[in-house]
Design a protein around this ligand. Structure first.
Ligand SMILES: C[S@@+](CC[C@H](N)C(=O)[O-])C[C@H]1O[C@@H](n2cnc3c(N)ncnc32)[C@H](O)[C@@H]1O
Length: 196
């Protein structure tokens, strides 16, 4: 599987294996907040990006303008695939926020908690989120905020991925929620969900 071998090669890059931005090190320090041992594979990032582009196209209407937020941007594995949507990158970890500024000098990077970002929304936006929803003490608040901002008309869509099979926001208020794809070429395999 060429995808897995290129993913394994990417594990050897600085920001994944070593230094202050190491994924493995950060996972060991904060397993519930980081939620994965490694960044999203290119296949997973591609599936998320396809879902985000489609949701953005539908939500943005004729002028094609809609603010995008990427929550929990980490090392930027998803950002590389959605950068054309000009997302604002939100990352709570200082070292990863610095890495994102280096990798994506054209994008706005906010080093802050995504709960604050969502709570202070004042204009409609679309969201791509990598924030872990399983076993993360903030996941209840995050789900609640996504739902309340959607009900207020400030969140037009949300694309996220999980390592479980079931719908992580199933009791929500979203008109449409569906599994856009199952991605076996991800470690572990993941499901991409669209809410709109
Ligand atoms: C699974 S990692 C995703 C990383 C990214 N998709 C990648 O592949 O590089 C989850 C990310 O969410 C960030 N995170 C977790 N809770 C957060 C919060 N409340 N606000 C902002 N970022 C958060 C973590 O620091 C981590 O970078």
């Amino acid at each position: 599987m060429p995808e897995v071998s290129s993913w394994l090669e990417s594990l050897e890059s600085d920001h994944v294996m070593a230094g202050s931005t190491s994924f493995v090190r950060k996972f060991l320090c904060d397993p519930q907040g980081v939620g994965a041992l490694a960044p999203a594979t290119r296949t997973l990032a591609g599936s998320v990006a396809r879902a985000a582009r489609e949701a953005h196209r539908r939500a943005a209407g004729h002028d094609g303008v809609l603010q995008m937020l990427e929550l929990g941007a980490g090392t930027g594995a998803l950002t590389s695939e959605i950068s054309a949507l000009n997302p604002v990158l939100v990352e709570k970890d200082a070292a990863w926020a610095s890495l994102l500024r280096l990798r994506f000098p054209g994008l706005e990077v906010r080093q802050e908690c995504a709960l604050e970002t969502l709570a202070s929304l004042s204009a409609p936006c679309g969201v791509v989120s990598s924030i872990p929803l399983w076993n993360n003490p903030q996941s209840g608040q995050l789900k609640q905020l996504l739902q309340s901002k959607y009900a207020e008309g400030l969140l037009l869509f949300c694309v996220l991925y999980t390592y479980g099979w079931t719908n992580p926001l199933r009791k929500g208020v979203f008109r449409h929620a569906h599994r856009a794809s199952f991605v076996p070429r991800s470690l572990p395999p993941a499901c991409v969900w669209i809410y709109q």
